[in-house]
Ligand binder design. Sequence first.
Ligand SMILES: [Zn+2]
Length: 279
Amino acid sequence: MLTSILFLSAIFSTARSCPKHDNYQSHPHLGRRQVRIDVGRELKDWDYDHSADWATIRPEYALCQSGTHQSPINIAGQELAVTHTPDFEGYKNEPVPGNFANWQFAPSFTLHHPEGEITGLPNLKFDGQEVFLIGWHIHAPSEHLVDGRRSRAEIHMVHVNEEDEEAVVVGIRVNVAPPGTPTESAFIKQLGPLIHFNDTSQIEGLHVNVRQAIDEVGGLAEYWTYKGSLTTPPCTEGLRWFIPRQELLVSEGQMVEILAASRFSHRVPQEVWLHDINL
Ligand SMILES: [Zn+2]
């Protein structure tokens, strides 16, 4: 079970924004109670100050420059999508166990699952396909823009297909509720104290209801979708993005806490080219 989490994290350590788990130790109480351990961190060889130039770091990052449908993008002047409609019935309205950490830039969560068995994870269906949620992480400020407007933060809910390949990301923009509407996000509230970007510890066995994030943006009844990429090196393409029109609204206090736990972590917007927005 743990090996699987490790394996997935190692492959997609940047894209999935999971911290390195090299020092990860199996724990007999996993899933029954919470354990906080220091898992250390392997620093990445790229940073956000030079996100326009990642392809020069390593040949493996070439797509960051030469890709034809890179993410993130500015979704400008687009009607809402009516294609590839996502179905979140497979996201049960109950807490699921995972590891809560900080991926060096912002809070992140990796779901537990038995080794080699991802089909029990919350799943999303679209176009007759089924993909499985392996984790989520935050960027601050948001990576996607809508009509040129950037949100305060963005949650990436990362899904893999049955072959364990990254296939779908739901990019939920996060903002502060308007004045006079003291909205508190139940999704954020359940996390408890957020883990700071300098903190390499990880809380194992935290139970999080991931369905709440989807519900708090109207169940993605309104969305945009396009063919994109990972927003971190190696910028792999072939992923489908879903961007809900609604932002996830949090209280001022919650936003302050999110920003305090996070570092600047958005890639420069990419030119829209072969993204087939809403097609
Ligand atoms: Zn991301």
